[in-house]
Design a binder for this molecule. Structure first.
Ligand SMILES: Cc1ncc(COP(=O)(O)O)c(C=O)c1O
Length: 400
């Protein structure tokens, strides 16, 4: 069982007087930052904030810490160190990758995108249609939001598809998609896969090697870290895609899809995300790879009462599965009116939540929900307590 006191002790926000009494339910927008990351940022700016990799100690320490971040994240996700790279955000990373695919693919080739994704993993890809690439949409069930792997099989049948882009978990539907199964189907049809893990990674770093996907993306600032996008690109694909960086950096995989210089301090501080996972694993007596299971078990236990409460209200439409085990605790509900004023009303009860479209305009439209009206989204992670969920449910009972 997760030791919540230990967990919360790793996040300075829980000891911050101005946040006392506030229950945080907008984690899918951006999580609290863990202490090792904050400490590393502080140290970098105090001691190492010079051009890294130079021939003097401060530069060497800075460069070594940036390398450490990549190698330790790679270790956690089961990939090679040079298969991990950084960019300013996931949206920017997919944008760069889409430019690479624009050059890589030929007219007549097809790609698959979903209408379950956040815009970051669909808009940039859809623009490849301008260059003669056929864009096929893998559509969600308009009632449940579910993505059916059988429907993908139909889209892959003629073997023209070279790339399938889909989310590990949507930021409004919350259902966890079977990445390994989807990737196996795509590979069998000769397609690569690009997985948006932004809404999933905060609930446990994935074993990307076991998932089998060719690209896995997530955002450090939603995963207890600084504001960076992290991307895993496996060698087979990364070496084949055209270089998007300075020509002389093209033979180094982790530089190929980072056209601009990365934020050195933030890249280095990402090692603190792994410090946190390892400290938690050591405290709990499990391996770092087993931390995800502990997080999931805690989240499921807290989530089911919330899903039961929302599912029983006639005035709200709960999006995604009602069984906690099938989803991440990113719980969106459509209301009879606009969601933003309800989020505001929750703030009066010291509940931090959001109302809006969350850049999931396509999924909301597919579900028949007006993006202007939006959804109320209640998202939490493993550091959330039972008392905070109770505070949320009590506040919802008053404002809904
Ligand atoms: C599922 C999902 N994908 C992608 C993104 C975009 O991430 P970034 O802000 O790093 O561009 C978000 C951000 O909200 C998201 O929730």
């Amino acid at each position: 069982m997760l030791d919540l006191d230990f967990v919360r002790g790793q996040f300075p926000a829980f000891a911050e007087p101005s946040l006392e009494g506030w229950a945080f339910f907008e984690n899918a927008g951006g999580s609290y930052t863990c202490k090792p990351v904050i400490d590393r940022l502080f140290r970098f700016y105090h001691e190492r904030k010079v051009q890294p990799y130079g021939p003097y100690p401060a530069a060497q320490a800075g460069g070594a810490e940036m390398d450490e971040a990549r190698s330790r994240l790679a270790g956690l996700m089961g990939v090679a160190t040079d298969e991990v790279s950084f960019g300013p955000s996931t949206s920017q990373n997919t944008y760069v990758l889409a430019q690479a695919f624009r050059q890589f693919l030929s007219p007549g080739d097809a790609i698959v995108v979903t209408n379950q994704d956040h815009e970051a993993n669909t808009g940039a890809w859809r623009r490849l249609a301008e260059d003669g690439i056929e864009v096929r949409e893998w559509r969600i069930d308009p009632v449940t939001g579910h993505l059916d792997p059988d429907a993908l099989a139909q889209l892959l049948k003629d073997e023209k598809v070279r790339l399938v882009c889909f989310p590990h978990c949507s930021n409004v539907v919350g259902e966890i998609n079977p990445v390994a199964e989807i990737t196996a189907a795509a590979h069998a049809a000769g397609a690569f896969t690009c997985v948006d893990g932004v809404s999933y990674a905060p609930h446990g770093f994935p074993d990307v090697d076991a998932l089998g996907c060719d690209i896995y993306l997530f955002s450090a600032y939603k995963t207890y870290g600084p504001h960076q996008g992290i991307m895993v690109i496996r060698h087979e694909l990364g070496d084949a895609l055209p270089n998007q960086a300075h020509f002389f950096n093209g033979d180094v995989l982790y530089k190929r899809f980072t056209p601009a210089g990365p934020d050195h301090a933030q890249v280095a501080a990402c090692a603190g995300m792994v410090d946190y996972v390892e400290a938690l694993a050591a405290h709990q007596g499990v391996t770092p790879g087993e931390v995800a299971g502990l997080m999931h078990a805690h989240e499921v236990q807290l989530m089911q009462p919330l899903l039961d409460f929302l599912g029983a209200r006639n005035s709200v439409r709960l999006i995604g599965p009602r069984e906690a085990v099938r989803r991440a605790p990113t719980v969106a509900v459509a209301l009879q009116g606009p969601a933003a004023p309800v989020a505001e009303a929750l703030a009066a009860h010291k509940v931090m939540a959001g109302g809006g479209d969350f850049y999931a305009v396509r999924p909301l439209e597919a579900l028949g929900i007006s993006p202007a009206q939006g959804v109320l989204r209640l998202s939490f992670v493993h550091y959330t307590s039972e008392a905070e969920v109770a505070q949320l449910i009590e506040a919802l009972d008053r404002v809904l």
